[in-house]
Design a protein around this ligand. Structure first.
Ligand code: PEP
Ligand code: MN
Length: 270
């Protein structure tokens, strides 16, 4: 199995147009939890690009615990993401929540995100195996590493080898933070598999003040990049504001990560 822990190790690079994820250059993905408006997304895109992001994140279809919470702008959100790509040149990573939406989301995304709550949606995983677009496979919050790699194996064995893993924290007995970011997973996956892996310190901690230290730790442990929630006004965000960085905080994070990257023979080209 390609994604099996026993696979012979060779670093796989996932190419997103001219970007290479899993090589010497760290992948920097940033943007809001959800696309809220054209103004919010374009402003964020310009700000994060200026500070080193190459890929813009933003959910148009949001997996929310409560059906009464903001569900995302849907197709309109995808159109806004496409406008941001045209205006900035940033690549787009966005979540596909349902098999039914795959064709639509695939018309807009450069990377298709599978959310934590969907990691074992096998119908969706099989369909993702049948497209050519790279997939960002987030770890289920209660999934073991083996289950996570088996989910990756679904996508790969159905025909799409362009899988990037994302450690986004797991649920443990600890309630002081939203999740517990599993740094062991980063090191173990780099040791045993050939898949690129990035870290999400936003969902991993749930608290903006903890994003920088845990991003540093993730890169130090060998992650190939980060995905970080950033919002022009975090206190007004419709989703995950408490864990979102301001553009200035994001810039500060990138400056800091450049030094950590150098220490592990990686680089950030900002
Ligand atoms: C997100 O990236 O906004 C998200 C919903 O993440 P997760 O699936 O990891 O909870
Ligand atoms: Mn979020």
């Amino acid at each position: 199995m390609l994604a099996d822990l026993t696979v012979e190790k060779h670093q796989q690079v996932v190419e997103v147009a001219d970007l290479k994820i899993g090589g010497e250059e760290l992948a920097i993905m940033a943007g809001p939890c959800a696309v809220e408006s054209k103004k919010q997304l374009l402003e964020t895109a310009v700000e994060v690009k200026k500070r080193g992001a190459k890929i813009l994140r933003g959910g148009a279809f949001k997996p929310r615990t409560s059906p009464h919470s903001f569900q995302g702008l849907g197709k309109r959100g995808l159109e806004i993401l496409a406008t941001a790509r045209e205006e900035t040149g940033l690549k787009i990573v966005t979540e596909v929540l349902d098999s039914e939406d795959l064709d639509l989301v695939n018309q807009y995304a450069d990377i298709l995100q599978v959310g934590s709550r969907n990691m074992q949606n096998f119908g969706l995983l099989k369909k993702l195996g049948q497209v050519d677009t790279p997939v960002l496979l987030k770890r289920g919050y209660a999934a073991t590493i083996k289950e996570w790699l088996s989910a990756a194996e679904y996508i790969i064995s159905y025909g799409n080898s362009q899988v990037i893993l994302c450690e986004r924290g797991i649920r443990t007995f600890e309630t002081a933070t939203r999740n517990t970011l599993d740094l062991n997973a980063i090191a173990l996956i780099k040791e045993k598999t050939d898949l690129p892996i990035i870290i999400d310190p936003s969902h991993g901690t749930g608290q903006s003040s903890l994003v920088k230290p845990l991003a540093r730790a993730g890169i130090g442990a060998g992650a190939d990049g980060i995905i970080v929630e950033t919002h022009p006004q975090p206190e007004q965000a419709l989703c995950d504001g408490q864990q979102s960085l301001t553009p200035e905080e994001f810039g500060d994070l990138i400056a800091d990560l450049k030094r950590v990257a150098a220490a592990v023979n990686k680089k950030i080209i900002a």
